[in-house]
Design a protein around this ligand. Structure first.
Ligand SMILES: *Cc1c(COP(=O)(O)O)cnc(C)c1O
Length: 399
């Protein structure tokens, strides 16, 4: 294992004051089991060997670091793109899904459950389960099922069972609730693969460790190619797993600025956004204390973003801590800015980005003109945009 464990959470599962385990008592022993198993296998050579082989030969790692020449000229900066869009299944989510599926297998749990919003984590989990011969059940909000039909076919083709969730707003947060309910009932034989760096301890830590491969590779690649570290690392933030994966590679390099971009939907001052770190307050969602979008009673508010992957009213606890200690800065981009970023990368570089990282590109368009010229910027392209073509063309037609 090459990870440096730089920012290990405290023994009670906190990053600063954030994190913890706010769960029903029945889950405490299972969380403990996962925590102990991860501790054990993170020191086990054969576990990392198996994972590394799958990362290389199944996911296609290391993913390339690409110098975006046209975009760099256009924005007067030096822009390097970390290509997670080229990972198997088209996004970074597979890094975590395979890591946790391997862990579940070692623990001896053969029944896997997962939640999914747009279906990306569902597809990644179904893929990992097909390859590792595990049963796979994916909870998905009925509203999202309607919006993301191709991903339902993909999951079913991979042998997973997709269970529609009809409670609440019938979207991601309700799917997580339902997955937790299943887990409480079937905790003896079931492992819950959570899709982002969120949830009760030890999930935010485990997910970060499995995504840290992005940071480890990028740091080495940019040093090999330029001889120096970047001035900035830029990533989009939904639950925060792709961002924390790349940030973790640079967190000890205090000269490197870490920048996370959230979705501000129809505008940061409207009701329709998903900018949890920018506009939220500390509260509890899905088993952990972090910034959340909530009303004065602590009821969770609905998030909105054009990208399903950023449409979540919470965020991983480590990001909340990085914000409070000012090691990372968080900004936001609207739906419209994301579309601008989407178009820009497609036209300039011949790469169609997912709508999620398109938010970071949208932010980059304006921000790159405010900072000094010729900065070295490492941008994490977390996924490819095929899944978003319909959303984008409909939205563009409506403008
Ligand atoms: C799910 C997803 C995200 C958001 O999730 P994080 O946990 O914040 O990384 C970002 N980009 C893509 C392509 C996704 O599929």
């Amino acid at each position: 294992m090459t990870s440096k464990n730089i920012n290990k959470p405290s023994s009670n599962g906190r990053f600063g004051k954030f994190g913890g385990k706010f769960v029903p008592e029945t889950l405490m022993s299972s969380l403990k089991e996962i925590e102990e198993a991860f501790e054990k296998y993170s020191k086990d050579e054969s576990f990392w060997e198996e994972l590394t082989t799958l990362q290389n030969d199944f996911i296609g790692r290391p993913t390339p670091l690409y110098y975006a020449k046209n975009l760099s000229e256009k924005l007067n900066q030096r822009i390097w793109i970390k290509r997670e869009d080229l990972a198997h299944t088209g996004a970074h989510k597979i890094n975590n899904a395979i890591g946790q599926a391997l862990l579940a297998k070692r623990i001896g749990k053969k029944r896997i459950i997962a939640e999914t919003g747009a279906g990306q984590h569902g597809v990644a989990t179904a893929t990992a389960c097909a390859m590792l011969n595990l049963e796979c059940i994916v909870y998905m909000g009925e509203e999202d099922i309607k919006r993301q039909a191709p991903n339902i076919y993909r999951m079913e083709m991979l042998g997973a069972k997709v269970v529609p969730v009809t409670s609440g707003s019938r979207t991601l947060k309700d799917a997580v609730n339902e997955a937790i309910r299943d887990w409480v009932t079937n905790v003896e034989n079931t492992y819950y693969i959570i899709g982002s760096a969120v949830g009760p301890h030890p999930y935010p830590y485990i997910v970060r460790e499995f995504q840290s491969i992005i940071g480890i590779e990028s740091r080495k690649q940019i040093l090999d190619k330029t001889g120096s570290l970047p001035n900035y690392v830029l990533a989009c933030v939904g639950g925060g797993s792709n961002a924390i994966g790349i940030f973790s590679g640079f967190i000890d390099d205090l000269d490197v600025s870490l920048i996370g971009i959230e979705a501000s939907g129809e505008g940061i001052d409207t009701e329709k956004h998903a900018a949890t770190l920018t506009k939220g307050t500390p509260g509890i969602l899905h088993g952990s204390l972090s910034y959340v979008l909530q009303d004065s009673f602590g009821q969770i508010q609905e998030a909105h973003s054009i990208s399903a992957g950023l449409d979540y009213p919470g965020v991983g606890p480590e990001h909340s801590n990085l914000k409070d200690i000012e090691r990372a800065q968080y900004y936001s981009a609207t739906d419209l800015k994301a579309l601008e970023g989407f178009k820009l990368l497609s036209v300039e570089e011949g790469i169609i980005p997912a709508l999620e990282p398109a938010h970071a590109l949208g932010f980059l368009i304006d921000w790159s003109q405010e900072i000094p010229k010729d900065q070295s910027i490492l941008f994490l392209l977390s996924g490819r945009g095929d899944k978003d073509m319909e959303t984008v063309s409909k939205k563009m037609a409506s403008l």
